[in-house]
Design a protein around this ligand. Structure first.
Ligand code: TUI
Length: 315
């Protein structure tokens, strides 16, 4: 299966499944497990200083010979140094998020790195394709963390129609049904974050994973709509305080301060009361924690039955 898939061929993957490059959660352990099992593992650089990121990259290179990626958060204070590190380490795939990576694309392309930005709009997708990116990740607002305004269902087909490079769908995809739905919209691969947070290899604190196990369909909320940096997180004490202040007209500066360092608090220290538990809307269907290899096998093994089931409605 997937021998003719354009994204698998371009990147040398067994499965057209990316693991989202999540800050504090997309570590070398998770990324190398996903790549070794046939998907694309992605280190989440977040706000990592370059020396820490270099060590993570070297860990992945030691653990697997398969292709892997690094996600660069464009709001990071280290973005320039981190981009130079991509060149020094000849990272095979670079994905970007939370901004426009335009100025960095030519030098990455020059050394053969595949550049695949995450976008939340057709306009940015079109602009970036003109600068020579290899594919586009179209991410809907069902995703955890920093999000745009459109849903995956509305965004993906519009991006597919607007660009001539492969599109990877992200946001709200957690099982074989989501993969088939993404393919039906014209995507040629998927990216998943939440599903891989709920893996044995993800180092998220057990409090974080346990809270996701308890999540229901409406357990996430969006903070930061007024700051220009909206983010989807599980509702907790922090979000209740944050949203109350936001509704009362608190300044962007005060709100940003309230959120500072809170992802690390939740993901690593296990403070899921006053930390940011970033997770997607599909957290309501996460009922188990499995090894990465089993997650990928279950996803892939399920697609034929889902496609067949969908076809029944046409007969
Ligand atoms: O980047 C993400 N998800 C993230 S980043 C993150 S860490 C963070 N830290 C501080 C503030 C906010 C977040 C946690 N989760 N996903 C990819 C993504 N990119 N979603 C939306 C976008 C995006 C938004 C606007 C990409 C481009 C963009 O346009 C900028 C422009 O210049 O047009």
């Amino acid at each position: 299966m997937f021998e003719e898939n354009a994204v698998c061929k371009m990147l040398g993957l067994k499965y057209p499944i990316f693991q989202g490059g999540m800050a504090w959660l997309g570590t070398a352990e998770l990324a190398s497990a996903v790549s070794e099992a046939g998907g694309l593992g992605i280190i989440g650089a977040g706000h990592m200083p370059p020396d820490v990121l270099r060590a993570e990259i070297q860990k992945v290179k030691k653990a697997t010979k398969k292709p892997f990626g690094v996600n660069i958060m464009l709001m990071s204070p280290f973005v320039k140094e981190v981009m130079q590190l991509m060149l020094d380490e000849r990272v095979p795939v670079v994905t970007t998020g939370a901004g426009n990576p335009g100025e960095y694309i030519p030098s990455l392309k020059e050394i053969g790195t595949k550049v695949i930005p995450v976008v939340a709009s057709v306009a940015l997708a079109k602009r970036l394709v003109r600068t020579g990116v290899d594919a586009i990740i179209a991410e809907g607002m069902e995703s955890g963390g920093h999000i745009g305004e459109l849903t995956t269902m509305a965004l993906v087909p519009q991006v597919v129609d607007a660009v001539d490079v492969p599109v990877i769908a992200a946001g709200g995809i957690g099982d074989s049904r989501g993969i088939c739905a993404a393919f039906a919209l014209g995507a040629q691969a998927v990216q998943m974050g939440t599903r891989f947070v709920m893996s044995e290899e993800c180092i998220a604190h057990e409090n974080y994973k346990n809270l996701v196990l308890k999540a229901r369909d409406r357990s996430t909320v969006i903070t930061g709509r007024t700051t220009g940096h909206p983010a989807r997180v599980l509702q907790n004490k922090l979000t209740r305080i944050y949203l109350e202040k936001e509704a009362a007209g608190a300044s962007a500066e005060e709100l940003e301060k309230l959120g500072l360092g809170t992802l690390r608090m939740a993901a690593r220290e296990g403070d899921v009361e006053m930390g940011s538990v970033m997770i997607g809307q599909i957290s309501g269907m996460m009922n188990d924690i499995k090894p990465v290899r089993v997650i990928l096998e279950d996803l892939v093994n399920g697609v034929s039955a889902v496609a067949e089931n969908a076809r029944k409605n046409f007969r």
